[in-house]
Design a protein. Sequence first.
Length: 251
Amino acid sequence: MDYTKINAKTIDQWVEEGWQWGIPLSHEAFVAAKEGDWEMLLTPTKPVPKAWYPDLKGKKVLGLASGGGQQMPIFTALGAECTVLDYSSKQIESEKLVAEREGYTIELLQADMTQPLPFADGTFDMIFHPVSNVYIEDVLPVWMECYRVLKPSGRLLAGLDNGFNFLFDEGDESTIKYALPFNPLKNPEHLEALEKSNSGVQFSHTIEEQIRGQLQAGFRLLDVYEDTNGEGFLHEQGVPTFWATLAVKEA
């Protein structure tokens, strides 16, 4: 199964249906960002602390699996030189739409992040990586590639699903149905559930994979916070289902 291609096509469909993470930034929000009024999400509800960002003027930023025309326009408005790598053609189209509308240049690459990243060592000052590791089976190679393509002192900002959502069926967050790890390539029941809800091919990941993996790649963890789904039973009970991490490549 070429599951990453399935996920790219699934996300294309979600974008066409109005997926919240595929709605491009408005012109008004772009102008506001240029005037210093902006915020960014790595997870559903909590804005990333401004202290996590370097001075972005003249910095090279990679949006890793971060297409959709939501974050890179803001970084561009703040003076960064941006590149987006995403496997969804619709997410890439959204980036192109905003860039053409606002008159700036951005490098757009439709590519699979499970493969070696097509960049030289030490290319970027910052990588912005919203929750997208759920769409790949093996996370460590991504952390290794992030470390490689960052400059010394470069920052990795990542949104991470902590796996808790995968315990439940869609629409019923009050009853545990599935055991972890959730891996549809190894468990037919998991694949059947995803196919039924048109959710692509998704995977749960542990703290060892998500955070220890960053440490194994060579990063130093600087900060972390938790977030909820933003709606639904788990959110109402205050159950954290996401993490966001700030890590740095040591100079």
